[in-house]
Ligand binder design. Structure first.
Ligand code: ADP
Ligand code: MG
Length: 363
């Protein structure tokens, strides 16, 4: 899948911008603050309905303007055109000219995987960031997962409300009997996802790493997935019951799959504790490239890769390794101050003065 043409109106520092892109590697060059990340951000919004820069997309509206508008022509079986409006009233999306009811309908249409410098901290960040990674990735890959998670979140909201009202335990138990099998289904999908992702990440980490360390992925969930649903539900209800008193005190649900987490192990030790900066960098890149490869396997379509400022994170050796691996991936947007020798065969788009110019080589 590729973005053929992108149009931005009142988006961040762009008044009005139209650019046609290459289906291969697009190198977005320019000085700091010119608007390189803004272009990648617009593409990520088209894909997930969410920005990887801000949690409030309203910040993308150009200062003193009333709305921001993103439009893209896409080369894919699923969608040809996406229009996205961000205004103080909310977000409005049309796919092939037809408005969609929920933003979540977007996420399986235009698939993207983003790597930005803040991802380097993913293993050291709070578990919330890693849960976001799991949920966003799976929301691209499985409609079933999205629906299950939505139901689960509604149940937990209701449970917390009941805890605040100091309601009789029996009411909560009825709720827990519904939450238990739902948790099983979600953990089943997460476990499968983690297993497949681990295989990809292992390969990619090995490819990049200069040392011999073995990487593995450790999925943390309060009851490890058991193939027997009955067994899982039984254990679930036991643990939840043990926590009822403390839940009542805290007035919130202290145990459950909403606290799931994962980490990478380097030779069996948690990378967030023992990993060097370099190992964290390569591992986080392997995580995202591994996801891209997994998305391709599952959806039968190459996702668009958004690599923001990745080169500043890599030395020459790793840049060379990266460019080799990118050749096998689909459309790529990579931002950086300038195109160096390693990336000289990419199509360059130079950003300056709120404009984007395609640089034609050899005159
Ligand atoms: N809502 C906005 N309205 C106008 N300009 C904005 C807005 N948000 C960010 N900017 C401008 O966008 C520029 C930063 O763009 P960015 O894409 O992050 O640059 P870089 O090229 O370094 O990646 C800054 O000049 C900033 O002032
Ligand atoms: Mg930037």
């Amino acid at each position: 899948m590729e973005i053929k043409k992108l149009k931005l109106t009142n988006f961040r520092n762009y008044n009005s911008l139209t650019v046609e892109f290459s289906p291969f590697i697009n190198f977005i060059s320019g000085d700091n603050g010119e608007g390189k990340t803004n272009i990648l951000e617009a593409i990520s919004i088209l894909s997930l309905g969410k920005s990887f820069v801000t949690s409030q997309e309203i910040n993308c509206i150009k200062i003193q303007e009333e709305y921001a508008y993103i439009e893209a022509e896409i080369n894919s079986d699923k969608v040809k055109k996406i229009n996205f409006v961000i205004s103080p009233l909310g977000k409005k999306v049309t796919l092939n000219g037809k408005e969609i009811k929920r933003i979540s309908e977007l996420s399986s249409k235009c698939l993207t995987v983003t790597f930005s410098p803040k991802d380097v901290r993913i293993f050291k960040d709070s578990p919330l960031e890693r849960r976001k990674f799991i949920n966003l990735s799976l929301s691209m890959l499985s409609k079933t997962y999205m629906n299950l998670l939505k139901q689960y979140n509604e149940f937990i909201k209701k449970r917390n409300l009941l805890l605040k009202q100091e309601i009789d335990w029996l009411y909560i138990l009825t709720l827990d009997e519904q939450i238990a099998p739902l948790s099983y289904e979600i953990v089943k999908i997460r476990t499968e996802f983690m297993k497949n992702l681990e295989m990809k990440v292992k390969q990619i980490y090995k490819y990049f790493a200069l040392d011999e360390s073995e990487i593995s992925l450790y999925y943390k969930t309060f009851i490890p997935f058991e193939s027997e649903k009955k067994e899982y539900v039984k254990k679930f209800l036991e643990i939840i019951k043990q926590n009822y008193e403390s839940d009542l005190k805290r007035k919130s649900s202290s145990k459950g799959i909403h606290y799931d987490d994962f980490t990478f192990l380097l030779n069996g030790n948690d990378i967030s504790i023992i990993g060097s900066q370099g190992q964290n960098r390569i591992a986080s890149l392997a995580l995202k490239l591994g996801l891209a490869s997994l998305v391709e396997n599952i959806s039968n379509d190459k996702p668009i890769l958004l690599l923001d400022d990745v080169l500043s994170e890599l030395d020459d050796y790793h840049q060379q390794k990266l460019v080799e691996i990118l050749k096998n991936l689909g459309q790529i947007f990579i931002s950086g101050n300038e195109v160096n020798k390693t990336f000289e065969n990419c199509v360059e788009y130079k950003v300056s003065n709120h404009e984007v110019r395609r640089i034609t080589k050899n005159g």
